[in-house]
Write a protein that binds this ligand. Structure first.
Ligand code: NAP
Ligand code: SF4
Length: 674
């Protein structure tokens, strides 16, 4: 057995979890959509069939005031619908447990009916919540209990009550959001009362043979958040109140420290869970940035936790745990923590899926069935689109030849992987390399396929995924020697001076600014660097882990200005859940950002612009162009001229708004239908 600790069963007394892996809770949007339960059943059953130990569903609200129109469990009718999910999971593997998460967002409910211990607005919510009176508090407790009872009726093996993240229960616990003077406010004993009454009354209602997990913010990353003593006290009190398991979480949504983004080191927070584990007698779950089985095994070996929760990694690869058991970890499609198709979708009201796995949450729609008629297919260009098409088509049985002009696969991924904080892209490349071997793809590196070559080999189908070429904006002086393209900067082909102007502030402008403003080791690879950059004290655990800790950001020794023509906030188009981290990091390093500019000319002095119709000079010895891309279709045009039918995918098809998510998604659907 490769992962003895990860694969060890956990005996809970009344039941056993078959191994130490948990698919953590993620709201996907299936909960609310028409036909969503059927799709959710397929989504969870696929993970259950692939050796996950326990599944926690996305958050389900216990009552109207917590649901904001979203999924709710308050009566038998709703419980009945969930049967589809619990039955599917238990049919897939009767030993897999599934627990329903009860989520009461409290002040974060997107509604003027939001409730909270006190009328304190969350930093990231537009609504001031209504203060609960005594009867209102009892109602919330009763509704949590009823929700758990209904979950049991629905066939769940347990519930997870979320007491973290800035949701209702956590706002009772933290002093600054609980200004009450009754028995639910003031002393810490009083502030814990709401959480403990929910747990005690839930346990009494569901009996002893039902899993009750409580999710606690073990380090809430809030100025004035919970102290370590308060967390340990809560853990012990929860145990006494009857929880089966304590799960640890590390943030409130409004905190200003990234805790799951790709710049967060793997398993960065598990030592905090380990500290709590020493204080309590019940098993504890850890989480955050644990995305490969060896990372999970190390966490367990350190004694940091009894169970390891992985939410996004199970979106990225439903067979994660099967591959771990079978020693095929090099075939795992690793979560790169980009958030682009999961959390960014969730928070924009779109259905969750995964950048590296478009099948996630689409298990009833996108399937890679064996091909009815085997074709010989040429795929030209081994960037994200070409790789996705080639591997899916080959998995289905087609004979695929993959041509790549350079000496390595990856295309734009090879640029991304060199940006500090984006090291996870190496995993995506490892995955594709392995899939090329597994599916027997005829990979031809250093081969610039041309029309004659493709014609001579008489392929049944030609896919052109030749990608993009950087756009060159029409600015007077654009051919000045100080002007360089982002590709030359990222690949290190051209030197970068001390005074830099970056034209274009999209994803790549930000990546380039990150690269050239950065010094020393990457925070994503070194927890001490990460902790210093974001002002987290893991050792002493002041309130929230951050109170009184100043981020130690190394100012860039370059003078950098990032520019765009739009008058929207610079970086507005970046990921909803990660854009703020990039803006904050660059601002702290002293990178200037300008919007609403008009480019006038480039000369020996630098970049001349107009802002608000006023002329300005950005003195620069290097001007980096990050002004988007245009499709690269030379091969496609040649093929068309010779009457050879070909299909365009990825950047070659559409460069505007193109990113790896769109490229992989388009290519996978196309290959599934070929
Ligand atoms: P992009 O996001 O489209 O940004 C292009 C930038 O260039 C914009 O700031 C645009 O702003 C400017 N621009 C466009 N045409 C211009 C022109 N003719 N002259 C001067 N400026 C011009 O493209 P990208 O940064 O190259 O990124 C490519 C794709 O990769 C995008 O879809 C991006 O989301 C994705 N990506 C994502 C990440 C990530 O972390 N999520 C990282 C890298 C790349 P103005 O028009 O306002 O000047
Ligand atoms: Fe992970 Fe990105 Fe997929 Fe989300 S979209 S699961 S962060 S790889």
């Amino acid at each position: 057995m490769n992962y003895p600790l990860l694969l060890e069963p956990l005996d809970l007394g009344f039941t056993t979890i078959k191994n130490r892996s948990i698919m953590g809770s993620m709201h996907t949007g299936l909960e609310e959509m028409d036909g969503g339960f059927e799709r959710m059943a397929a989504y969870f059953a696929e993970r259950a069939a692939n050796n996950i130990g326990m599944i926690i569903t996305g958050g389900i609200a216990p009552n109207e005031e917590s649901s904001s129109g979203g999924a709710m469990m308050s009566g038998e009718e709703e419980a009945e619908k969930h049967r589809l999910v619990t039955d599917a999971v238990h049919q897939a593997d009767p030993d897999v447990k599934i627990c329903m998460q009860i989520l009461h967002p409290g002040p974060m409910a997107y509604s003027k009916n939001a409730v909270a211990p006190s009328a304190v607005k969350s930093r990231i919510s537009p609504f001031v919540p209504n203060e609960l009176d005594a009867a209102g508090i009892q109602k919330q407790i009763d509704d949590h209990v009823r929700c758990a009872v209904m979950a049991k009726k629905a066939g769940y093996d347990g519930v997870e009550i979320i007491g973290s993240a800035g949701y209702l229960i956590s706002t009772f616990l933290v002093q600054k959001t609980n200004l009450r003077e009754d028995e639910y406010g003031g002393s810490y004993e009083n502030r814990m009362r709401f959480a403990l009454e929910i747990v005690e009354q839930t346990r009494a209602a569901v009996g002893d043979d039902f899993i009750v997990i409580f999710r606690i913010a073990a380090m809430d990353m809030l100025e004035g958040g919970m102290s370590w003593e308060e967390i340990a006290t809560l853990g012990k009190a929860l145990e006494k109140a009857g929880v089966t398991i304590i799960s640890t979480h590390f943030t409130w949504h409004e905190s200003a420290v990234p805790t799951i983004a790709t710049m967060v080191p793997r398993a960065a927070f598990t030592s905090v869970t380990g500290r709590l584990r020493k204080e309590v007698g019940v098993p504890v779950i850890t989480s955050n940035r644990i995305n490969m089985p060896d990372v999970a095994e190390e966490v367990l070996a350190r004694g940091d936790a009894d169970l390891v929760s992985m939410a996004r990694p199970l979106l990225a690869d439903s067979a994660f745990m099967r591959k771990a058991v079978e020693g095929r970890e090099d075939e795992i499609n690793t979560c790169i923590a980009c958030n682009q198709a999961c959390l960014d979708h969730t928070f924009s009201g779109k259905l969750t899926t995964c950048l590296v796995n478009p099948r996630a949450c689409h298990e009833t729609i996108l399937n890679y069935e064996p091909a009815k008629e085997i074709k010989r297919i040429a795929v030209v260009g081994a960037g994200p689109a070409g790789l996705a098409f080639a591997t899916v088509a080959a998995e289905r049985g087609h004979k695929v030849s993959l041509f790549e002009a350079s000496s390595e696969i990856g295309g734009q991924f090879n640029l991304a992987k060199t940006i500090p904080g984006k090291e996870e892209f190496y995993e995506t490349l490892r995955y594709y390399k392995r899939m090329i071997e597994v599916h027997g793809i005829d990979l031809r590196l250093d081969t610039r396929a041309d029309a004659a070559m493709l014609k001579a080999e008489r392929f049944d189908q030609v896919i052109v995924s030749t990608g993009i070429k950087p756009r060159t904006p029409e600015i007077d002086g654009i051919n000045h020697p100080k002007v360089v393209s982002y590709i030359d900067v990222i690949t290190g082909k051209k030197p970068v001076g001390q005074k830099v102007a970056i034209i274009g502030a999209g994803g790549i402008g930000f990546d380039v600014a990150e690269l050239i403003s950065h010094s020393g080791p990457s925070g994503a690879m070194d927890r001490d660097v990460f902790a210093a950059e974001w002002g987290v004290d893991f050792e002493n655990h002041p309130r929230g882990g951050v109170t009184g800790v100043e981020p130690k950001v190394v100012k860039s020794d370059r003078e950098i200005t990032l520019l765009q023509r739009k008058d929207t906030r610079v970086g507005k188009g970046l990921g909803k859940t990660t854009g703020w981290t990039h803006r904050l990091t660059l601002t702290r390093r002293g990178v200037g950002m300008m919007n609403g500019v008009e480019y006038v000319k480039i000369d020996d002095e630098g970049l001349h612009i107009l802002q608000n119709d006023l002329p300005e000079l950005i003195e620069a010895d290097t001007i980096i162009i990050c002004a988007g891309q245009d499709p690269l279709r030379d091969l496609y045009d040649d093929l068309s001229a010779q009457g050879i039918k070909a299909e365009l995918i990825g950047g070659a098809f559409e460069a505007m708004e193109l990113d790896a998510k769109a490229a992989i998604n388009q290519a996978s659907y196309m290959a599934a239908a070929t």
